[in-house]
Design a protein around this ligand. Structure first.
Ligand SMILES: Cc1cc2nc3c(=O)[nH]c(=O)nc-3n(C[C@H](O)[C@H](O)[C@H](O)COP(=O)(O)O)c2cc1C
Length: 277
């Protein structure tokens, strides 16, 4: 069940001070290689890389401004800096993160707090690195990590009724709608940059439309639109819920989606069997 991976995953910023053993390095490489062939909802793939042994010097540089402690290894991936590719990146990278979680590796999405230039040798042509993650064995949280979690309000998630709307955006669903609660629990637990949770859903009959409610003035200094990654992550989590709940669906980009300023339409899920409320 995907829900188990989703409930198990939490950002890990403090690692045991020991390298990954050989078998685990092979396992991680396998997961990355398998996901090279994965195609996101907009048709693009990502190009992963693995820094298996993080030398002290490199660690300090990659070192993520002191936010990450003792990470033995890192992985990341490249893609193009455009909307569809970023959404696909979010989707595939989250799939990798959840697969690593299932094997009890600690990870954390890093889209802001790492030195991009340190990875320039992995970049070719018009590609760049939206995010990396340390990977290793989780240790007890350091004080710094506890403070980061408090600052990002990481343990607080929006109520489902704050990001899911039925028929139009003025209408939240009834909080005791078990069907919707079950489906959107998967998205509620998704990671997002600074835990902004910018996903919004409009449920209409057998369709679920995903929108981005951009956080004003957020991450303006980054060289890319980080909240598109959150959209890809949300799509992957919604798919996990469809699979666990054995609901058949198609993913489609509608030609004339309902618009609601300032939300940006992203994509729709069309469920085969009638359901929803
Ligand atoms: C796209 C993205 C980028 C992120 N970038 C960073 C980062 O640069 N530094 C960091 O410490 N955490 C980063 N995070 C982790 C979030 O802060 C974290 O997912 C959120 O606070 C929720 O906590 P949780 O992952 O433990 O559920 C990022 C998460 C996502 C999804």
């Amino acid at each position: 069940m995907f829900i188990e991976q989703i409930e198990q995953r939490l950002s890990v910023r403090t690692y045991q001070n020991r390298p990954l053993n050989h078998e685990d390095q092979i396992k991680i490489n396998q997961i990355l290689n398998q996901n090279k062939n994965c195609i996101g909802p907009f048709g693009s793939s990502i190009h992963p890389f693995f820094v298996a042994e993080n030398t002290d010097k490199e660690q300090e540089k990659i070192g993520t401004y002191g936010f990450i402690k003792n990470a033995p290894s890192f992985f990341g991936a490249t893609t193009k800096n455009s909307k569809n590719e970023l959404i696909d990146f979010g989707y595939i990278f989250e799939k990798v993160i959840l697969e690593l979680t299932q094997h009890n590796f600690g990870t954390v999405w890093l889209g802001g707090t790492f030195h991009r230039s340190q990875f320039s040798h992995y970049i070719s042509n018009d590609l760049f690195i939206p995010a990396i993650s340390p990977v290793g064995y989780e240790d007890n949280k350091s004080i710094t990590e506890k403070m980061i979690r408090i600052a990002a309000k990481s343990d607080r998630r929006k109520k489902i009724s704050e990001f899911v709307f039925v028929n139009h955006f003025f209408n939240t669903y009834l909080e005791n709608d078990l069907n919707l609660n079950k489906i959107f629990r998967y998205v509620q637990l998704a990671p997002s940059a600074s835990n902004k949770q910018p996903w919004r859903f409009l449920v209409e009959g057998n369709q679920i439309h995903l929108y981005l409610e951009r956080t004003p003035k957020y991450a303006e200094k980054l060289p890319f639109d980080i909240q598109y990654l959150d959209m890809g992550i949300a799509i992957y989590h919604l798919e996990c819920s469809m699979k666990d709940l054995k609901t058949k669906y198609e993913i489609k980009v509608l030609n004339n989606p309902y618009t609601h300023h300032p939300l940006e339409y992203i994509i729709s899920f069309v469920l085969h069997e009638g359901f929803i409320s």
